[in-house]
Each structure stands twice: as C-alpha cells, then as structure tokens.
Design a protein around this ligand. Sequence first.
Ligand code: F6R
Length: 615
Amino acid sequence: MCGIIGYVGPQDAQQVILDGLARMEYRGYDSAGVAVVADGRLAWAKKAGKLANLRSELEIAPIPKAHQGIGHTRWATHGAPVDVNAHPHVSNDAAVAIVHNGIIENFAELRAELEASGVTFTSETDSEVAAHLLSRELARTGELLPAICAVADLLSGAFTLVGITADKPGEVVAARRNSPLVVGVGQGENFLASDVLAFIAHTREVIELGQDQAVLITPTRITVTNFDGTPAETNTYHVDWDTSAAEKGGYDWFMRKEIFEQPKAVADTLLGRYNARRELVLDEMRGISPEDLRRINKIVIVACGTAYYAGMVAKYAVEHWTRVPCEVEVASEFRYRDPIIDPQTLCVTISQSGETADTLMAIRHAREQGAKVIAICNTNGSTIPRESDAVIYTHAGPEIGVASTKGFLTQVAACYLLGLYLAQVRGMKYSDEIFTITNELERVPGLVQELLDRAEEIYDLAHQLAGQKHFIFLGRHVGYPVALEGALKLKEIAYQHAEGFAAGELKHGPIAIIEPGMPVFIIVPPSGRDQLRDKVLSNIQEVQARGGRAIVLVEAGDQEAANRADQLIELPHVSTLLQPLVATVPLQLFACELAATLGHDVDQPRNLAKSVTVE
Ligand code: F6R
C-alpha cells in the first residue's frame, strides 16, 4: 500500500526511481511522483493516475538529470487521488521533499500548529506535515538523520518516510514505524524501498530495518540509528530470486503467471522438511520449543482476506490431526473483541506480504497476552515474521498480481505442514501416518500441473459466462473456504457480484437469490467421505430445482456427480482435507480469464492495492 523508493549513486536517479516504481505499482496506482536534487536544487513532478501519466508528464516537462532522488506510487487514504495530493510533498522554501507510506494519525493537530507558525499547505494529505516538519527540524539540527528522527518522534500512527534536501547532495534519509522499509546495498550506490522488488535489478543484498529506526544513505555509506540516535542493530540477507521472478515472462498478466507458477511454489514450500528418520522438521520454529507446543490448549489463526480463507482450511486439518481446538478469526476484528488468549494459546498468523497492518496489530495483541506466535509468511525480512516467535516461510517467490493465488496455495500447504508437525510433537500421529499424508502432499504439484494443462476448458467457460452479473459458489467442509475464495477472486478482479456459501446454509436464506440461468459453482468432496459428498449432491439438485446452472467441480470418475452437472470441471483425486489445493485452481483461472475478457486490469484492479499497511 503505497510504494516508496530512494536512490543515491552514479546512475540516472530518475530512471532508477521510475523503474522501481513500475515494479512496485501493485502497491498503489492512484498517483505517482518523483523528486531529485540536481545542481543544488530540488526538482519534482507528480501526477494523478497510473505511473504512465507521470512518465508522459516528464516527457512534456522534464526534470534535470540527477544522481539522488525519491519516488512514490500512491494508494489514497487522506485526500482524493488528484495531482496536488500526489507525493512528493515539498517544504515552503522548496528545499525539502518527502514521500510517505502509512497514516499519520495526529496530522490534524500538527497541521494546525504548523499553519499557526506561518506554513502554507497545498494538499489535503496527512503526509504533507512531514515535509514541513523535516524542513523545520533540519534548520534546527543541521543534519538529515537527527532531523528525521526528531520528526518521527512527533508523529503517531504508521509511517515510512523517505526524504531529500537540496542542501545535502548525495544523501537520502528515511525512517519507519509500522510500515515497511528495506535498504538495498549496492556497489557505490544504495537504495531504499518499501519492497526489494524496487531495486532487485541492481542488488540482491538487503538490510531490513527494525521498528522505530532511521537510515541515512550516501553512495558509499549506510548509517542506521534508533529514533533516539543510538546505533541500531540490523539484519542483512540475500534475496534468492532475481529479476525474472518479477517479470511477466511471456504471460499477459502477473496473476496468470503466478497461477501457472503454483506447482513450483507448492513444491518449494514442501521442500526439505524431513530429517533422515523421515520426521517432519520445521527449522524455522526457532523461538517455539516442542515443549511449548505440547503445553498449548488452543490455537487461534488470524489473517485477512485470502490468507484468512487459507486459515479456514487449516482449521479443519489442524483440529482433525491434533485434536486441539482451533479458532480462525479475521485479524481486523481480533483485538477489538477482547479475545481469550493466554500463554497456553498458540497464535498462527498467515500473511503473504508480512506487512498487513490488521494482522500485525492482532499478533502484537496476542503476544501481549502471553501467546506464542507462529507466522506463515512469503516475504523474507517483513515485519510480521520479525515480530513473531517463529516463522514458516512459504517459498512462492514474489507475488505481484494484486489478487493472491500462489500465495493461497502455499499458505494452505504450509498450514498442513504445521498441523502435521504439531501432531508429531504432541504424539497424536505416528511418523508413518504423517509420512502418508506428506507423500500425498508431494503429489499435489503434479496434480495442479494437470489442471493447468487443461486451462483452455476453464477459459471457454469464462467466455461463455462473460455476460453474467451474479455468481454463487458453494462448498462444504474444506470446500466452504474454497467457495469463499472463488467468490473473492471474481469480485476483486472481474467486479462481478459473487458470493460464497457453506452449501448447507443455502436453504437457510441465500437460495432465494437463485434465478434461472444463474451460474452456481459447487465443489463436491471426493469419494471416501460419502456422507459429506451425498449432501453436496443434494445441494446440486436444490440449485437446479430453482433454475440455477450447476457448474460442478468433482473428482474424475465420480459419474453420479458428473451426471447431475450442467457443466463439469473434473478434479484429480486427492483426500478430502487436501482438496482445496486442487479445487481452488480452476476458480483462479476462471476469475483471471473472465476479468481479462471483460477488459479489466487484472493485476491492478480498481480500488485495491497489495500489502495493506493501514488498519
Ligand atoms: C485477495 C488478497 C487479499 C490478501 C489480504 C491479506 O486476493 O490478496 O485478500 O489476501 O489482504 O494479505 P497478506 O496475505 O499479505 O496479509
């Protein structure tokens, strides 16, 4: 949510910044802007709309070539997405420029105070106060690093600020609290950004900044301090993927590419999880001992959106395998209802980005109550794993499409690993039982590939249904979260009314909305759980009796279910608990193709941004 970048070094700063913003545009695309220092003067440009608008503006009114600068791509919170509200924001003497990600909660009082002292504001944003404050603190301290620390001390809320001043050529400064910032360590050049994607073309060496830390970069120096000015400890890591992972690689959309990357993403997530005795080992459990896991009497999963649906799937598996009660909760609701948490509660948090503010606040609350927190996360160095006791990384590679796809599948796979690990540690399953399940899990990448090889069938369906305005998704047991995820994908990128229901709930109200011809996707559980499956077969009939068009997702060979379908999507056979790993894939393909057919921007859907860093 908002992408920010800073650069200093020998390259053309504007070029580096615009390329970096292009890679971070998934974080927000309401407006974009750039500021540089050239020949001791600040120059800037900003424009509402996508980055392309800024590029056109820069062709009409170029800014000078420079070797230091900052840039921003915005997802609007305070102030409409218009030119004046775009970042960077500039001090009244046109010497200081900042970009900001987050929400400054006390901006109204700071603005009143600054206006009373004669400062003129030009935007409606909360961010602009930071430009004027940095200008004031710079005049007082004479140096950028203490000045930004002083500004940070005055702000409440969430922020990453990156700033430059005409008076300090060769320096870029930044500060962060509750909002992401990483430093790219180059050779004779350095970078700051919300996401490593912004500078991955230049360096894969990264320093992650901790909470309440500030950093000053020059071409050859990186100085990190705490807000009180004391030297800060930092963590450095090497990114193990390169620019090709951040490019479309021949696909029309990142989302489609990421759907097709799922066999590898799931396989990578499962890789290297056993020891020589064929026991499951989760190396990343560092801060949580087997003893801790044996003591817990409740598991609470907190997450948002698609990650929350992955958590819903996990609940079925975790309770079944461990017999420990497991709750799943939307992170944004969690801390406000005073949940019952204590040191015997294990909190599991799921987040692709590792930066979702609602989820972060939920785990902070859980830890304050004494719970241990395990993060399931895809982003190395992000805030949520840093603030958790342990982390299981999903190895999906960067997810750039705003709609999460490989994020979901790998989260589900990681949740299964965690569930099985808990069962192993707590003595609820023998190692051969665990091995049978992990063996089946390892077959999943191949099965997903089989589904992807038949993508054209799903695309045909999407073309046939492109005129429909309402879609229903039904599932029972683990099929229920799959139905919710199928509906969410369609809402997000195709902007169609879509709802997911527990199939058994249909008759308690939602069945009233079914009209003749309305497409209803129904996920049928595989054979083996016949009671469950038979109930869903009845649901197909309920839908058809009201004229609904039953699009049935069912394992190949289930002739009875196939005979009842108006349209059939065959799934490979897996056991019930693992079915989400295959059943979700056709629904992702369907949403992607429908959105593309309707002419929507699949990767950057309206009103959304990836990595939601505000509550
Ligand atoms: C949906 C989607 C969102 C995210 C949610 C949580 O396609 O992408 O619903 O799943 O915002 O994001 P993370 O997993 O980054 O915490």
